[in-house]
Design a protein around this ligand. Structure first.
Ligand SMILES: C[S@@+](CC[C@H](N)C(=O)[O-])C[C@H]1O[C@@H](n2cnc3c(N)ncnc32)[C@H](O)[C@@H]1O
Length: 449
């Protein structure tokens, strides 16, 4: 993984140390080579050297935010009485000498003008402290009182040492489960509302869990994609995500409480599960025109020139997308092997096509024309062109069916105003293109990076 990341992000790298659970505390002292490894390492990469990391602070509880306090004090030093915001004290004194106070007033003015739309005063203060600059601020509030800024107290910025939080989690029985606090810190540090987080080795699903929690805490709308190859996707990861979506706190497999209305409001609405056709599924679904092809595969499973075979002898296999079957797109099936048996299962070709097009789906609606069902996708392509896709079962259709369809589509204005119209099979709908060849071509096109 490190080699891969360093290839992809040669520019920038750093590491953070996290705590690791030590299993056998006694045994580690029996000989020098058994001393337990007490830490793990998170590798941090960025695409550009110039990427700046937001401030990462220790938990909010340990922190007192900055505040404003009265700049005037009762001690009486006439030399510390000067004109500030057109106020000249008759008695008492300003807290700081004039030069410092005027500079502090300027600093605050600068903050309001240039920084306040992007960060809080505390954030800007801390950012400067990190750069070795200790800024003072003075202002006049709405009630005409001159105030100075008391910086945040006890707010420790985090270094690359994260031994303050646990790294290993125990929400599931999964042996390498990470702690949600760890993932929350990584994600809160690097993402904002609406960002998308990808965990392509998702394991027990801690990343998803942490994001659900984090969104509930800060009202963010982060999304996540979890990828997992193993069977426990169904037995561990998915049940976990369902549970934490329902309510935040669980004990021994049972909810400890129901989500508050705010938590429920901030919970995920839809979790989409996508199962990809595996290499094994693909092999299981190859069919051959000639017996010799099958024999060759059985005999030389590894050596047989697969690419040649896939190009010619298996051109009618479902796994290579049997275009004839696009006539009945809702019942496209593949042989899927799982839990020791092979079953025929429906495949969502419609969804697959939207991915192949790179389409941002805005609506997906079913229409009914006297028993004839249409599934209509609407959305936009990456180049902003608008698209509509019409799916229907055209098995056995004759001329009058196509004519009836054209009239229905026109009457319902299903294709009105869009740049591109796709249909499965053929259609006389004005401007419509058959999606069949595009589907096949994109299915086997090189991956765009
Ligand atoms: C160390 S675990 C991740 C643990 C996770 N952070 C958690 O908190 O549960 C790594 C996971 O990656 C999965 N994995 C390995 N190779 C994969 C692949 N090619 N595609 C998808 N998942 C893969 C493994 O099945 C394993 O569950």
């Amino acid at each position: 993984m490190r080699i891969l990341m360093e290839k992809l992000f040669p520019e920038r790298k750093n590491s953070v140390v996290v705590r690791r659970g030590i299993k056998n505390v006694q045994a580690q002292f029996t000989d020098i080579s058994r001393l337990s490894l007490g830490y793990d390492v998170i590798h941090v990469y960025a695409s550009r050297c110039s990427v700046r990391l937001p401030h990462l602070k220790h938990a909010h509880e340990t922190e007192k935010p900055g505040k404003w306090d009265t700049f005037w004090r009762g001690t009486d030093r006439p030399s510390m009485r000067y004109d500030l915001f057109v106020q000249l004290p008759e008695k008492g004194q300003w807290r700081w000498e004039e030069k410092r106070a005027k500079k502090a007033a300027q600093n605050y003015k600068y903050y309001l003008k240039h920084e306040s739309h992007r960060k809080s005063l505390d954030e800007w203060y801390i950012e400067n402290i990190q750069a070795g600059i200790n800024l003072d601020f003075v202002r006049i509030n709405e009630d005409g009182i001159v105030q100075y800024y008391v910086p945040p107290q006890g707010c420790r910025l985090i270094s690359d040492n994260w031994l303050d939080i646990p790294a290993a989690g125990s929400f599931t029985e999964f042996s390498t489960e990470k702690h949600t606090e760890l993932l929350k810190r990584v994600i809160a540090w690097n993402t904002g509302s609406g960002d998308l987080v990808l965990d392509y080795y998702a394991g027990s699903g801690t990343t998803g869990h942490a994001i659900v929690n984090l969104n509930r805490e800060d009202g963010g709308r982060r999304k996540f994609i979890l990828v997992e190859i193993a069977q426990y996707f169904d037995t561990v990861l998915l049940p976990r995500i369902k549970k934490v979506t329902f309510t935040p706190e669980w004990k021994d497999g049972k909810p400890k409480r129901v989500a508050t209305s705010e938590e429920a409001e901030r919970s995920p609405r839809i979790i989409k599960v996508i199962r990809l056709e595996s290499y094994e599924d693909a092999l299981n679904n190859l069919t051959f025109d000639e017996e010799s092809g099958q024999q060759a595969l059985d005999l030389f499973r590894d050596d047989y020139p697969l690419s040649y075979m896939l190009k010619w002898e298996t051109r009618h296999s479902e796994t290579l997308l049997n275009v004839e079957q696009l006539q009945a797109p809702f019942s496209y099936k593949l042989h899927i092997h799982s839990d020791g048996e092979t079953r025929e299962r429906s495949v969502d070709l419609l969804e697959t096509f939207t991915y192949l097009l790179g389409m941002d789906v805005q609506t997906r609606r079913v229409y009914d024309d006297v028993g004839q069902r249409y599934l209509v996708y609407r959305g936009a392509l990456r180049n902003s062109r608008t698209v509509v896709i019409l799916w229907r079962d055209i098995t056995g259709w004759g001329v009058e069916d196509y004519e009836r369809e054209a009239a229905f589509v026109a009457e319902q204005k299903l294709t009105a105003g869009v740049d591109e119209i796709y249909v499965n099979g053929d259609s006389p709908i004005p401007g419509a293109r058959s999606l069949d060849p595009i589907f096949k071509k994109r299915m086997f096109a090189a991956v765009e990076v």
